[in-house]
Every structure is written in structure tokens, then in C-alpha cells.
Design a protein around this ligand. Structure first.
Ligand code: C2E
Ligand code: MG
Ligand code: MG
Length: 729
């Protein structure tokens, strides 16, 4: 737009100052010799006008054009003929007309006066042009006798300026309001402009930054980075350079920033300043670091995970192969850890794992690697060993680290571990083989009792392999009908009536013959297979017991006792399964007794109790098996309230009969009446054992003296033949 032309006119000879300062220069004083339009009158003027790049017209006192130079004609879009004599006002933009006429009249009253104006013209096509004019009253000059209007078309120039302004505005916005931190620096790399985002990123104000080079806010170690980039650009090696550096914020925090630096050059290619745009990637970096940490560490304990361990183990192997020496892998498995989870809850279980990790970490040497292998297993890689005994010392150190009890959620917890150790001299370079061997040794350690370590020997492979083969065969045994239930009579020791039978599983292997349950049950317990076996035992026992007749008029129908593995108590489908089997068979639930061992009940009290309660509500009762072999705790007995306590065979027929054992047996049997539980002596083989138990007041008994376990089809003949009792000579 044309700026509103100044209304100011000035007294004689003065040039009125108008808005646009850039147009002040073209004022040409009058005094030009003006001749007539017929060339005689305006010869001199025309001479100037003809070659001027400015427009020039001379108008009379009513505004009629007396002279117009070529530039003027072109500007108005008219020919000389059209122009001469026409009113100069007719070419004006209608909006400017009134004002210009007013100013014209004003000027007429100031002889030799001069006035500056910005006006717009409009041609027939409506095209608008902007002119900057200086009009001079030369009425009194006889050679002219008119008003000389001199000026130039500034349309393009104005348009250019507007464009430039818009451009600048855009640029300012792009810089100032840019979310990306940006600065401009001079050739010495001193800040000449910084946007808000940059100030915010560093915690400095613009005032603090201006004029400074980046030294005070660059992380000292990274000072060389920007310098090098600067040099490469100034040597013209690169047009733009990108790099990552660290800044020191005003508050002392270190941030990581990605920098993109470009030189702003003039048309000759000379660098004027640098435009630097940055991106704070601190969080990204931290996240990446976290992610890569996460990829290599266990999230619960923060220890290395399997991936990292594998890497270290591979390195250790190649080192040993190269430099000699030994390394060892120790596989730790917490003993009965599940009990903690079940009794104290998973949160406490997690806390215990963390506490264990910290203890183990404390005794981990700098050159060694400790890793959480998953669940309750840890792996320890011991390096730089000079002899296998070093590995044993390491194992002892780890076991000792767990010797002291833990306090979790206010509860004192004893948590020990078993360890399988594999010593490697570099000839076995296979990671997973190594861990597998450690696992084999661990199995042996567990077998020896908890809290031990065992060093792997190659002979163990054979055992492990045959164990593995046996498990595979056991899977097929179930489908192949090689498993069956045998039943051992439970006898009233006074009347020798058969009151029930214990169902005991048997496996008739096609090649090996009878495989004892003491071999295959612990194997099955290592996998889900035990659940299938347990289901089989219950189904068989329940349906079989349903067909048993009464032994004589006085007795009730014999019950059946079924051994349940601890794992079965963690099977959420157990109660429904038992209920289903009872329903299908129609067996009176009171005729089913479930045998659990002490270790089961002690380890998983809460869970076991709740399952027992549900089963109890179905009408089922319980027998506590192998009493005296576990961590006998009388308070647990009171808690579990089993109907029958089965005194372990080691008390009934001790290998070494002694006074001490006698006293123990007596004490155990005397518990029955006190706790209102029925005592049962297991493994009665001799008359004297029977007599002793009878004397002590033990009500029930089992043992080869009466009968070993017999196949299902031998039960009924047994019941009938003896009419339910034994006549023991
Ligand atoms: P248990 O429950 O204590 O079973 C008693 C074991 O003592 C049986 O061994 C039985 O045959 C044996 N026995 C009975 N009377 C005498 C005797 O007078 N002298 C001697 N020396 N032994 C006698 P078995 O059948 O070999 O079972 C061993 C263990 O395997 C059982 O101990 C039980 O813990 C487990 N088991 C057997 N069947 C099953 C089952 O179906 N499920 C589960 N979970 N465990 C089972
Ligand atoms: Mg039993
Ligand atoms: Mg037993």
C-alpha cells in the first residue's frame, strides 16, 4: 500500500519530507529551462526528460498535461497525443484523487514551493502503479509556467520490499519460534542470535549467550568437537556438518545434543555466519542405553541375563583356549524356593531373589560374571582359575553367602541353594553343553541333599542320559498301559481286619521289568508328567475301591489311600478333578484318603491348606505320610489335622534297633490320642514289631508281615480269603 502521503507542505523552496526515507534523493530542483510542448518551449526540459529514467510531466494550473516524457507516457500507458492536454488527475487511483487535488491546490499557492508525494495511478485495465513524486511550482518561471512533476515508478521496488519483509517475517518466525534450539554464530563462533528453545535447552538467557563462544556451556571433554566441525567447514571440506556433543547446562546438568551446522554464504561464497540447529537427544540416549541394558540384564535383580552371560562365557572359552588356565560355570538352584513364593507371596519371593542377588554379587569377583538364569536359578562364571579346586572354593563361597537367614517382609527366611559345577579347560567350547553339564551336576547335588555342590564328571552323563531316556519312556508307559496301581492292605492291629488299602503305583517296563516308584516318581516330578501320573493314580484307585466289598459284618467298607505329590497341590484343576472322579465312580468320599508327605505340607503351607480345606469339604480325609522323616513340627500337625499319621518305617523296623529309637517310637505313637489322630505304623515286617506297636497302642499298620502291595484283581480274593483279617500264628 501506498503510505498515506504527508499532508505537509513546506514553505518556499523547501522539500516536504514524506514517509519513505528511501525516496528522498530524487528531488531535482527546478530551474530547468522549459520551452513549449511544441518543443520550442520545452526544449531544454525535454532534453533532460527524454533521456531520464524518471518520469517527468509539466502540468498547468488546472492539471492539464503540457509535457510528458517517454517514461511518464509509459507509466500512464498512453501515447503522447492522448497525453498532451489531458488532465493528469485522470490517471490517478480514485482513492488518491481528492487528496492529491487538495495538495495540488496547496502547492499552487506556494510559488517555487516543492512537495513530495506518494501516489497511485490506475490505467484502463485497473492496473495500479505506485509513484513517488516531487512536484515543483514553477508557475512564476516564465520558461515553464507550470508545475513540474518529477518522480519514479516504485511499484516493483515496493513489491520487492514487501516480499522481503514477508520473507524476513517468515524467517524470524522460523528462527524465534522454532521448537528446535537454534543459534547463529559469527566466524569466531560467537553467538550472534539464539532462539528461545536454545536458551531453554541450556538454561541461559539470550543476554548471557550473546557474544559468548560455546566454551562455557560445552562439556569440557567435548570442546574439540565443535572446533573440528568448524574447521572442516571453513576449509570447505563439507557444506554442512552434523555431530553429537555434550553441553553443560547452567544448572550443571549434562545433556547430549545432536548438532547440525551450516554456513550462510554471500554470493561470492564467503561465509558470513553459521546457522546451527540442535536437538536434545539426552532422553533418547538414556532410553537407548536403558534398552541395551535391559537387553542384557535381568529386570528384577539387575544382574546380567543369559544373553550377556553367553557372551562372557564364549569369551572366557576362547581366552582359556588361547592362554591356558581354567574357567568354571556354576549353576545355582535355590532349594525349595517355591515354598517362599507360596507362603509369603510373589512380592516377598521377588524381594528374596533381589536380596540373594545382592549377597551373591558381594562375593562375585571382578573378573567373574553373575547372571540370573531365570526363576530361582543363577549362573556364575568363574575365570582365571588355576586348578579345579578353585572352582570348589568358589562354590563354597557362594553357598556361604546364603548361609545367614534373610528377613523378608518381617519374616525370617532360610534360603539355601544347590550348585552344579562344571570346570572347563577350553576343550569344551560349547556354551549350552557347559550349562547342560552344570545342570546334570546340579541334579546330583540336589540328590545328595540341599545346600550342596557337586562337580560335574563325565560319568554323570551316562546317568543323565539314562534318566532322560527313562522320562521319555515313562511318557509312553502311561499311554501304553505299562502303569498300574497295586494295593497294600492297611490293617487294624488289634483285630487284623483290613480297613483299607494304600494305592501304590507300579511300572512294568517291557525290557527293564518292574521299575520302582522311588525311581520314576521323582523323575516325573521334574515335569508336568507327574500331574498325568497323579490323575491316573486317583482315577484307578477311586474306581477300583468302588468295587471292594465289606470284609465282614462288623467293618465298614475299606477305604483307599492315594499318594499325592507336592506338585499336584499346585495344580489348579486338582479339586475339580477329584470331585469329578468321585462323582463319576459314585465312591463315597469318606472312603478316599489322600496321603501327603511332611515336606509338602511344610513347604507350601498356605496353598496346601487351602486345597486341603476344599478337598476336606468334599468329605475326603488325609493321612500324613512318612511321619518323622521331614522337619517334624508339631504345630503344623495341629494346623493340618490329618486323620491318620503314618509313622515312617525307619521307626517301626529300624536298621539299628536302639533304645533311642524305641523311645522315639513310643513318643510318636503317644501323640495320637493327644491330637485325636489315628497312628499307623508303616513297614511292619515282623511279629515283634507288631507286638511292640500293639503294646504302644498304635491302631493301624501296614507291612510285608500282612501283605505287600498286590494287583487290583488280587484285592477281592485277599479280602474274601481272610474274611478281612489275618490269623497271625
Ligand atoms: P510310601 O507312600 O511310603 O509307600 C510305602 C512304601 O513302602 C511302598 O513302596 C511299599 O511297597 C513299601 N512297603 C510296604 N510295606 C513294607 C515293608 O514291610 N517293608 C518294606 N521294606 N517296604 C514296605 P513303593 O511302592 O516302592 O513306593 C515307594 C514310594 O513311592 C511311596 O512311599 C510313595 O512315596 C511313592 N509312590 C508310590 N506310588 C505313588 C503314587 O501313585 N503317587 C505318588 N505321588 N507317589 C507314589
Ligand atoms: Mg504312602
Ligand atoms: Mg510312607
Amino acid at each position: 500500500m501506498v503510505s498515506p502521503a504527508g499532508e505537509d507542505s513546506e514553505s518556499k523552496g523547501g522539500v516536504s519530507d514524506v514517509a519513505e526515507p528511501e525516496t528522498t534523493s530524487q528531488v531535482q530542483p527546478t530551474g530547468v529551462k522549459v520551452a513549449a510542448q511544441d518543443l520550442d518551449r520545452f526544449t531544454a526540459l525535454a532534453e533532460v526528460g527524454q533521456h531520464s529514467s524518471d518520469l517527468m510531466i509539466v502540468i498547468d494550473q488546472v492539471g492539464a498535461i503540457m509535457y510528458a516524457n517517454p517514461v511518464a507516457l509509459e507509466t500512464f500507458g498512453i501515447s503522447l497525443e492522448e497525453g498532451i492536454g489531458s488532465s493528469a488527475f485522470k490517471y490517478l487511483h480514485p482513492d488518491d484523487l481528492e487528496r492529491v487535488v487538495h495538495r495540488f491546490v496547496e502547492l499552487l499557492q506556494i510559488p517555487n514551493g516543492s512537495m513530495r508525494d506518494a501516489v497511485r495511478t490506475m490505467d484502463e485495465n485497473g492496473e495500479i502503479r505506485e509513484l513517488e513524486l516531487v512536484s515543483t511550482n514553477s508557475m512564476d518561471n516564465p520558461a515553464v509556467a507550470g508545475i513540474i512533476v518529477n518522480g519514479r515508478d516504485v511499484t516493483e521496488q515496493r513489491r520487492y520490499i514487501k516480499q522481503l519483509q514477508a520473507h524476513e517475517q517468515r524467517f524470524r518466525l522460523a528462527f524465534e519460534d522454532n521448537m528446535a534450539p537454534m543459534i547463529f554464530t559469527d566466524l569466531e563462533d560467537r553467538v550472534i542470535a539464539a532462539n528461545d528453545a536454545f536458551c531453554e535447552m541450556l538454561g541461559y538467557t539470550v543476554e548471557e549467550l550473546l557474544g559468548a563462544d560455546s566454551t562455557p556451556f560445552t562439556y569440557p571433554e567435548d570442546l574439540g568437537i565443535s572446533e573440528e566441525a568448524l574447521q572442516r567447514i571453513s576449509r570447505n571440506e563439507v557444506g554442512q556438518s552434523r555431530y553429537v556433543k555434550r553441553y553443560l547446562r547452567k544448572d550443571g546438568r549434562v545433556i547430549v545434543v545432536e548438532v547440525s551446522r551450516s554456513p550462510a554464504r554471500d554470493t561470492n561464497g564467503q561465509t558470513l555466519y553459521y546457522v546451527i540447529s540442535e536437538r536434545d537427544i539426552t532422553e533418547e540416549r538414556t532410553l537407548t542405553a536403558q534398552l541395551s541394558h535391559q537387553a542384557l540384564h535381568d529386570s528384577l535383580t539387575g544382574l546380567s541375563n543369559r544373553a550377556l552371560f553367553d557372551d562372557r562365557l564364549a569369551q572366557a572359552h576362547s581366552r582359556v583356549a588361547r592362554e591356558g588356565g581354567l574357567c568354571a560355570v556354576l549353576l545355582l538352584d535355590l532349594d525349595d524356593f517355591k515354598g517362599v513364593n507360596d507362603t509369603l507371596g510373589h512380592l516377598a519371593g521377588d524381594q528374596l531373589l533381589i536380596a540373594i542377588a545382592r549377597r551373591l554379587e558381594k562375593v562375585t569377583r571382578a573378573s567373574d560374571t553373575l547372571c540370573r538364569f531365570g526363576g530361582d536359578e543363577f549362573l556364575y562364571l568363574a575365570e582365571n582359575l588355576s586348578s579345579p579346586s578353585d572352582a570348589e572354593h568358589t562354590a563354597t563361597r557362594l553357598l556361604e553367602a546364603l548361609a545367614e537367614p534373610f528377613f523378608i517382609a518381617g519374616v525370617r527366611v532360610e534360603q539355601h541353594s544347590s550348585i552344579g559345577v562344571v570346570v572347563s579347560d577350553g576343550t569344551r567350547a560349547n556354551n549350552s553343553e557347559c550349562v547342560q553339564d552344570a545342570d546334570v551336576a546340579l541334579y546330583e547335588a540336589k540328590r545328595e541333599g540341599k545346600g550342596h555342590f557337586v562337580v560335574f564328571e563325565s560319568s554323570m552323563h551316562q546317568q543323565a542320559a539314562s534318566r532322560f531316556a527313562l522320562i521319555q519312556e515313562l511318557r509312553h508307559a502311561l499311554q501304553g498301559g505299562e502303569l498300574s496301581m497295586h494295593y497294600q492292605p492297611i490293617v487294624d492291629l488289634v483285630t487284623t481286619d483290613i480297613v483299607g488299602f494304600e494305592a501304590l503305583m507300579r511300572w512294568r517296563h517291557p525290557q527293564r521289568g518292574w521299575v520302582p516308584p522311588s525311581v520314576f516318581i521323582p523323575l516325573a516330578e521334574q515335569s508336568e508328567l507327574i500331574l498325568e501320573l497323579g490323575h491316573f493314580a486317583l482315577r484307578e484307585a477311586i474306581t477300583t475301591a468302588n468295587s471292594w466289598p465289606r470284609t465282614n459284618e462288623q467293618t465298614t467298607l475299606p477305604y483307599v489311600t492315594v499318594n499325592l505329590s507336592s506338585h499336584q497341590f499346585h495344580d489348579p484343576g486338582l479339586v475339580a478333578m477329584v470331585e469329578g472322579l468321585l462323582g463319576d465312580s459314585g465312591l463315597d468320599p469318606e472312603r478316599l484318603v489322600i496321603e501327603i508327605t511332611e515336606s509338602v505340607t511344610l513347604l507350601y503351607v498356605t496353598e496346601t491348606m487351602s486345597v486341603m480345606e476344599k478337598l476336606h469339604r468334599l468329605g475326603i480325609s488325609f493321612a500324613l505320610d512318612d511321619f518323622g522323616t521331614g522337619f517334624s513340627s508339631l504345630s503344623y500337625l495341629a494346623l493340618l489335622q490329618p486323620k491318620i499319621i503314618k509313622i515312617d518305617q525307619s521307626f517301626v523296623s529300624p536298621a539299628l534297633e536302639s533304645v533311642r529309637n524305641d523311645a522315639l517310637l513310643e513318643a510318636i505313637v503317644s501323640l495320637g490320642p493327644k491330637l485325636n489322630m489315628t497312628m499307623l505304623g508303616e513297614g511292619i515286617e515282623t511279629r515283634s514289631q507288631l507286638e511292640r506297636l500293639r503294646l504302644l497302642g498304635c491302631e493301624l499298620g501296614q507291612g510285608f508281615l500282612f501283605s505287600a502291595a498286590v494287583p487290583a484283581d488280587a484285592v477281592i480274593p485277599l479280602l474274601q480269603r481272610s474274611s478281612g483279617h489275618w490269623a497271625l500264628g
